[in-house]
Design a protein around this ligand. Sequence first.
Ligand code: TSJ
Length: 643
Amino acid sequence: MGTETNTEEYGANQIQILEGLEAVRKRPGMYIGSTSARGLHHLVYEIVDNSVDEALAGACSHIRVNIHPDNSITVVDDGRGIPVGINEKAGKPAVEVVFTVLHAGGKFGGGGYKVSGGLHGVGASVVNALSDYLEVQVFHEGKVYQQRYERGNAKYALKVVGDCDPDRTGTQVTFMADRSIFETLNYDFDTLKQRLRETAFLTKGLRITLTDERVEPWKERSFHYEGGIREFVQYLNKGKTPLYDDIIDCEGEKDGVLVEIAMQHNDGYNESTYSFVNNIITPEGGTHMTGFRNALTKTFNDYGRAQKLLKDSEENLTGDDIREGLTAIISIKIGEPQFEGQTKQKLGNSEARGAVESLLTESLTVYLEQHPQIGKLIIEKSVMAQRARAAARKARDLTRRKSALDGLSLPGKLADCTDKNRENCEIFIVEGDSAGGSAKTARARATQAILPLRGKILNVEKARLDRILGNAEIRAMITAFGTGIHEDFDIEKLRYNRIIIMTDADVDGAHIATLLLTFFYRFMPELIKQGHVYLATPPLYKLEKNKKVWYAYSDEELNNILAEVGRDQNNKIQRYKGLGEMDAEQLWETTMDPARRILKRVSMDDDDESSVDVTFTTLMGDQVEPRREFIEENAARVRNLDV
Ligand code: TSJ
């Protein structure tokens, strides 16, 4: 798909000249967001995006990205090659202007490159400015042209360094990020892989190959999707059950906005819609998303009414109802995107709303006329969502009213603590009634509350809101914590400083902990973000010998203890299969006593909300040394809770 809308010949003169590169080295963050790993990876995207533009112009079919052993990067494409002719304004070859003049490349000048990539719309000169060195080679009309720059400055004039097959055209760039600027030079293969796969989905027909030369044997992944974003939707719905086989799509142009949409419902309850502007993801959406939602809501309501799938007496479906279980990609290309909002990430162009809305309405209406079975399935699912939403509202009103009554409505199973200063208070969420009983006996009444949970914990990823809020265990937690959920959440109302999940030290226990964390993460993420959530660590073994007792929290620790005390018949080793096997005193001294226990604090990376890490916090008095080893060796990570 081409994005050139003007017919002007691109030439060496079309590149505008703005300002020098010193500014970039002085304030790198202004140009690439940060100098952390994230900024480092942006360098690669900035370069690759230029080759993608060439592919969008229909002139490039393969991009290779190589991570060399020293963390330098090569990007090579089979496009036309950056023009080597003299740019009259600058009196230098265009390729040199691209690398040495900020904002060069026509991104801001109109003409030339119409669609620009790159988070901040900057480009090659920024990468050059932030690189220890950068070398470019252009393959053009049987010649290989080359220039080298160091910290942004040309080391020699562009020169011909050899011949090549006249059929070989393209651009090759190798750069080494400047280690005096970046916090790290270590590229993450998976991060690059993910982004390049996304780019390949968005640019149908383009092949992108990523090679990691830092490992033996080299690691290589190649992405090429003839189906473009249709295949993207298929990929996102993999492992889910689609509601219908087809992928619904729409492609067109209106008012200078190119629009591509692909979508398919699955039988789940979550929406996964991703929108892109000029191949850059827009997590905060904007006018293109608004147009998409408007079209979807209006078209399905009109269709449902016309087909009598919605009764006259029934309310309209909301957008949320229709988008339940929807996976969709909205990709638009626009000449001069305007971004708004605090982070300047929200598309503001009003013509984008109109273009998406009218193109989608039109093609969706035709599609539904031709596929009435699919239309019916979607309307039926939306009506179910509508009913569930009504039920959820009732359930939610109930949780609101209850939490308003404070202490009075605390769950019956809760053994609350007596201290009214919440800084001192903690609540143990305990798996099972018997362990709950021991914990109630063992606890420090003043500051430790116990909430035993019975039976299986609901997986909130797999249930609708009405069922979740109807679940007794979940309601008990919501009322006990006092904070409310979602938009009602108020950290000021939190009744405990620490929420401690205490489950058996086995697979089932870990599963229950994961389900609980999933619930917190989806309903009260601030609890995790602000560090209020912990995991208790019960021991795996008890060793008794000559009236002395040791507890081991891992096999290794047990071995260490045995090595110390000697392996003989006087050893009495007990393996704990669950918390229930410990009596109250044992539970206290191993797992609950603030002076002796280990707590793992659950934390969340602010940058990446999709991951929750469990890190370890030692909240204990003596016995620091042996425990610390354990902690360091067992720094487990709970990734991607939504599995
Ligand atoms: F930006 C960059 F310099 F970093 C870079 C640009 C890096 C890489 C790896 C590739 C490219 C690039 C640029 N690949 N292909 C192009 N194409 C052009 O610059 C080009 C060539 C010919 C014409 C034409 O109208 O004849 C137009 C353009 C934009």
